[in-house]
Design a protein around this ligand. Structure first.
Ligand code: ZN
Length: 408
């Protein structure tokens, strides 16, 4: 059977998924809703890194030669090139952490200065000035303690109140954004579930057929205010995939039926998710919400610096946990938990697939999505902004974003 480039892309993604699973325990295939005969399950499981690299280079050349120069082609070229870097990295090829981050995501790795962190800390200090506690760390701890929730209460909150809240957020997307776009998309909803023993605190698994499973890791300490805030992020992932599935079905753009991790797509995906509250114009009149937001900014920055300390500077885990606890204003035990996501190797000694990922959130939001959203808003172009984001999935990569928004 002769396959076209998008079909070959789907197959190679599946093969690279098996490869990354073999090396790290995690597949880079995040979701699949395409034709059964091309499913990742059906792909060769033990291709070597050399075979994969060869296939990727040939596909890259064929796309470059055969596809017309459009956003669609550039999107695909970017995704293939990121996968090449995934394979080289996991095959043990020598590359710096900065080169890895740049190669995968098409963004520059940058450490925040002390004064950046101080500014974020000061913003938080201002919001907590009237709160009890001797110093800022104690104020934050007491604030968190008030909304602290664990065990059976936490499970109940997730499958009860949070599940309900997700329905409301779904309605908000329909009423405030899809109505502006002027198109509807099927939404079979998000189901909430609790899990344990994962390196992350929350994850959206897109299931296909316009449905998602949202998992929360209840090993992590949760704060109710925080958790209700995370729903917007996770729901936006769901929404973005709904439109992606629709675009695949309506246009037969086969390459969209597979969702790979560790490509330029992730930058924008985390960026739009982290900007969902802005999209929906969720008001921050509530003083508790403002504190949660300020803490969120500080902690996103602190985890980026921590990831650089671990992966580039090869500092010890203890030192980095101290840093996370001190600058991120969190108990040591929480800081230890968040290390799993950013450390270079897993506890079983294998490479940690997530090690380069942490940059996507902050960089995606502050360098890509938020500036474009704010400009569109000030120029009364929100309709076109949301149409670009949701009706054209090829705009959603660090490699194509600015091209897709060249009209703005
Ligand atoms: Zn996310």
């Amino acid at each position: 059977m002769i396959m076209n480039e998008p079909e070959r892309f789907v197959e190679i993604c599946g093969m690279v998924g098996h490869y990354s699973e073999r090396i790290t325990g995690n597949s880079i295939v995040d979701a699949y809703f395409g034709p059964l005969q091309m499913a990742p399950d059906r792909q060769e499981r033990d291709a070597s890194s050399d075979e994969l690299l060869h296939e990727l280079v040939v596909l890259l050349e064929d796309c470059s030669d055969n596809m017309v120069a459009t956003l669609r082609r550039d999107y695909m070229l970017g995704e293939i090139d990121s996968m090449r870097v995934v394979v080289e990295w996991l095959a043990g090829e020598e590359m710096s952490y900065g080169a890895l981050v740049e190669g995968l995501f098409g963004i520059e790795m940058k450490r925040f200065s002390d004064s950046d962190l101080d500014a974020a800390t000061d913003a938080l200090r201002g919001l907590l000035s009237q709160h009890p506690g001797d110093d800022l760390k104690e104020k934050v701890e007491k604030f968190y303690e008030q909304g602290r929730i664990r065990g059976e209460d936490l499970r109940q909150l997730i499958v009860g109140e949070l599940q309900q809240k997700a329905k409301e957020v779904g309605d908000m997307f329909r009423n405030r954004i899809f109505s502006v776009i002027g198109e509807a998309v099927t939404d079979n909803g998000v189901e909430y579930k609790t899990v344990q023993n994962e390196p992350w605190s929350g994850y959206n698994y897109y299931q296909g057929n316009y449905r998602s499973l949202n998992c929360f890791n209840i090993d992590r300490p949760f704060n109710k205010d925080n958790l209700l805030g995370v729903v917007y992020h996770e729901y936006e992932h769901h929404v973005s995939n709904l439109w992606r599935e629709k675009a695949y079905e309506e246009n037969k753009w086969t390459e969209l039926s597979i969702v790979p991790l560790h490509t330029g797509r992730c930058v924008i995906s985390e960026g739009t998710a982290d900007t969902a509250k802005d999209f929906l114009e969720v008001s921050v009149d509530d003083p508790r919400k403002r504190i949660v937001d300020a803490l969120y900014v500080l902690r996103r920055m602190v985890s980026i610096n921590a990831a650089i300390m671990l992966n580039r500077e090869k500092r010890g885990a203890d030192e980095v946990v101290d840093f996370l606890a001190e600058r991120g204003l969190r108990p040591r035990k929480d800081a230890e938990g968040s290390l799993d996501f950013i450390r270079p190797t897993r506890s079983d000694g294998r490479p940690n697939l997530w090690a380069p990922y942490v940059f996507n959130y902050f960089v995606g939001r502050t360098q890509f999505v938020l500036p474009a959203y704010e400009k569109a808003k000030s120029e009364d172009e929100l309709k076109r902004f949301f149409q670009t984001v949701y009706l054209n999935p090829f705009s959603l990569s660090s490699r194509t974003w600015f091209q897709a928004f060249d009209w703005l």
